[in-house]
Design a protein around this ligand. Structure first.
Ligand SMILES: [Mg+2]
Length: 247
């Protein structure tokens, strides 16, 4: 059976917020040209381009950015959802950021992307050390879960997912990575779908897609890091070598 592969980026193909490992990228190039591979990320296109080299992105069959709210392949933009978030929600998020006991602020804390709001107390401009400080703080304080619960309680028309390590993603209800499922089914109705993601726990941003796939008999792999993704690919999903043309 034909297979279509979908990869989350942060924590699945790369370390969270970082560029893909060079050796892993070299492995992925022939891999992506031999199979139908898609990527899905909570990040926007600009951030995604910092994490994956253009040569690799161009080998993907398609790229879902902004949690599946934007879909493009090559230079073609297939769709881009837009939503105007209410001022009260944006102000509420800004207040949550301002009231956080976490001390450091790097800038870019409330960011609007296609169909989503990304909220980060540490800020999207955080460097590696600042990210780590926030990750350690959040592990102890559970701040992102606290923020997500509060936002969903006060604004019931919206859902919040934990993605990456230092931020949360807010979307209108149902506008999550789960959207990718129907799009891939439309493009590849007879294929088996295999999804790799690192956040499939309750509240994780890969869960909506993982659930849809499992309900419909497809495969998912919950990985801890890109090395595990790499291992699973090598072990279970070999590169497909095209049959040589007969003379
Ligand atoms: Mg991830």
């Amino acid at each position: 059976m034909n297979q279509v592969m979908i990869f989350d980026i942060d924590g699945t193909l790369t370390k969270s917020g970082q560029s893909v490992d060079k050796q892993f990228a070299r492995f992925l190039m022939p891999y992506w040209s031999s199979r139908n591979c898609y990527v899905v990320s909570g990040s926007d296109r600009a951030k995604l381009r910092q994490q994956l080299p253009a040569e690799l992105i161009n080998l993907a069959s398609g790229v879902f950015a902004c949690s599946g709210n934007e879909f493009f392949s090559g230079s073609e933009n297939h769709y881009s959802m837009s939503h105007s978030f209410p001022d009260e929600l944006i102000e509420y998020c800004q207040r949550l950021v301002d009231q956080s006991p976490f001390f450091w602020r790097s800038g870019r804390h409330v960011e609007q992307r296609a169909g989503m709001l990304n909220i980060s107390v540490a800020g999207r401009n955080s460097d590696r050390l600042e990210r780590k400080r926030y990750v350690d703080f959040d592990k102890l304080a559970g701040e992102r879960i606290f923020m997500a619960d509060n936002i969903e309680r006060v604004f019931p028309d919206y859902e919040v997912a934990l993605g990456g390590q230092i931020s949360i993603d807010i979307t209108p209800k149902g506008w999550n990575k789960g959207r990718v499922y129907s799009e891939i089914r439309r493009l590849h109705p007879d294929s088996e779908i295999v999804f790799f993601g690192d956040r499939m726990e309750e509240g994780g941003n890969d869960l909506p897609l993982a659930e849809k796939l499992l309900e419909n008999g497809h495969k998912v792999h919950a990985v801890k890091n890109f090395k595990e993704t790499w291992d699973i690919l090598q072990e279970h999903y070999p590169i497909i070598v095209p049959l040589a043309a007969t003379a």
